[in-house]
Structures are given as C-alpha cells and as structure tokens.
Design a protein around this ligand. Sequence first.
Ligand code: HGY
Ligand code: MN
Ligand code: MN
Length: 418
Amino acid sequence: MKNDVSGIRVNGTRLLEDLEKMKEKTETPGQGVTRFSYGDMDREARAYLIESGQSFGLSIETDSVGNMFFRFPEDRGKPVILAGSHIDTVQNGGWLDGIYGTLSVLEAMRRIREEKLDCSKSIQLVVFAEEEGSNFGSTLTGSKFLTGKYGRNNLDTLKNQEGVSLGEILAKEGYPPYDADMMLDWRRIQGMLELHIEQGPVLAQQGIGIGIVDRIYGMKVVEFTFVGVGNHAGASPMMGRQDALAAAAAGILEVESCGIDLGQGQAVATVGKIQVLPNGSNVIPQQVTFTVEVRSAQEETIHAIMEEIQYRMEEICNRRNIRCHYRQVAFSKPDSMNPKMVALLEETANRLGEPYLRMNSGAVHDACMLAPFVPTGMIFVPSLGGRSHVPQEDTRPEDLIRGADFLLAALLQLADCK
Ligand code: HGY
Ligand code: MN
Ligand code: MN
C-alpha cells in the first residue's frame, strides 16, 4: 500500500537550530556572516554538514574544487534528483543566503531516513563551492567546473586579491588533484531543485510565502583599471591633473545612468568594489581599479549595456588623459527554469494550499548553470525588507519552515518516495 507521504514535514525546530549554528561560523561575528570558500569558517561549516550527514548514514564526497555530494549509499545505481545550494557568503553578508537551501535539503534527507521512505530516485544534496565569487570575483565557480564552463586552466587564471590562484589554494587546503572527469553525468540526473531566500522585496511586499522562479538573470562582470599620474595633492594645480579617481567617479556615474536609461526597468548595473592607489588623503590617485557588473533577464541586454559602459569609460579617459584597461572577470547567461519543473512546483503549491508567485530572480544561482542540462527549478521564500548580502538579511522562521516543507513535498514527488 503506497504510504501517504503528503503529511510528512521537516523538523522545523532542528532546521532553525542548524541555521543558528551556521550563523556563528563567521569571520566577522556581530557584523554579519563572512564565510569565504576555503577559509577557516568554511572548513568548520563543511565539517558540521559532514557530521550531520554521517549521523544518519549518508555518504559524502568532496570533489577537487570543493563541491560536496551527500548520498544515501543504498541508492547506488538509481536515477538522481539533485537538490542544493551553497554555503559561502559575501563579505559581511547575511545568515541565510545559500546555507538555508543547503540545510533544508539535508533536513529533507534526514526526514526521508527517519520515515524509512523508499524512493525510486536518489535524492542527493549538492553543495556548490565558491558560488559568491568572494575569493576570485567569479560567481558560480563550483558549478561552472561541474558543467564544463571552467576547466584545468581556470585553476591558474582565477586569482584572489593577493594574486594567489585557486589551484594553489586548493592544494594548500588538501583538496584532491584536479579531476578532468569531475563534470556531472547528465545521463543519470533527472532533475535539480534549489531553495533560496528571494533577496528582493517582492514576496514580502505582496505577503506571499512561496516564489516559483521562472527565469534567472545572467550577469557579466568587467574589471576596469584607470591609470593617471599620481602627484602631491597640495602642490599640484587643479588644471592639468590626471586624477584616476576623479575619472573613475565620472565613469561610475555613467554606469548608474546606463542602468537607469538602458535597463528597460529590469536590467541593473552596479559598481560594488573599488581599489585606489596609493589611497592617501594627500596624494592625487595614480590608479583606480573597480568592478562593473551588469545583469539582465536577456543576454543581449547585458552585452549592449556593458558595451555602452565600455564606450563611455573610454570617452571619459580620453578627455582626461587617463589610460583605461578592462578585462572580463565573470559571465553567466540568463536561463529559464524547466516548464515541467515549474508546473510540478505549482502543483505542489496547490496540493499544499500554499499561495505562490511566479517570478524572476535578479540574483544569479547555481541552478542557472545546471538549467541547460537537467530540468531545473527554484523556490523562493520572502526576505524581510527585501534585503540581502548585508547583516540585516532575514526571513521569518515560519517562512523558512514553510519553504523547507515545500521543498520536501516537491522532492518526495520528484523522487517518487513512498
Ligand atoms: O550575486 C549573486 O547574485 C549571488 O548571490 N551570487
Ligand atoms: Mn545565494
Ligand atoms: Mn549571494
């Protein structure tokens, strides 16, 4: 007799306890969560996940760039349903971005074990490494290796602010040597789900507890370097200066104008990171390096806006006798979630009697990297005040639990559990 699994829910108290414990694994206590991949707190978070997974009999494997896979050993040979997210954060970020979706899958797997369910497909937790790009500026790094967007050469080309490469960091951290066969075996993977906080204001404003993602934005990140002539700030007349920071300031305002004027109300353009050399109050800046990121639901809009920004930067630098260099740091295409997966999530919402909203994601996610290869879906829960990537990031406990229950219900259906 098929078990009626429709009444199975997560252990909400345990999930919230796990999230609270992970909140403490930060390099910046009291100032948000800072947990970069391959750092001390990342190592602690990974150890916590491994200990939790092993406590209910999961087998765990970590690949050569730090992606983790948690499996039911008895499921060997079954078709796979992947579910997961990331555990790394931005600098002084929030306590839920990534880790919420990761812990919710672990909790769902723990409930499947506790209820002794038998599933025709194997639900596997995947933890994607270096999703935020906090080390090297390139978002979705772990999933780019899993989908073949990145390969061996990127171990050397991806370098942090100190010039240390990903390959050097992995070797120092004791990760296994690069395995060219690390890409996922798409023939066996029949679906992928990611649960995540919305990171924007829509669900909270509309008082809706579940978002079902239609399309995930793509993004391009270009690093600009302006080179002027450093000089004494007091003894140099205003006329004739080649001030790299004044030029960058003019350029940054052009980035904002392009986002507003060319973004058609959906694309966005942001300068979030800047480095001034020599960065002294009494020195005219010699060199400025800053990142420009453009995001849109349409790939052609991303390219068009970035091209206009590059043109305006060169214009400004010519006028001000500044040298302008730029290089692309990261790119990911926008993509739509699988219509069948979206329909399954809508059906789950109706079955649970949960109001939901279909929506786009301005944030990029690893799910977007897998979407071209396997039927992929994303579920959102509301973000209080629509804020994220800041210490104020928060979601109501009842919304966190509702999202995890929703994920569990969708996984039980996808994996045909009884
Ligand atoms: O930047 C993003 O959209 C994601 O949080 N990495
Ligand atoms: Mn995230
Ligand atoms: Mn993020």
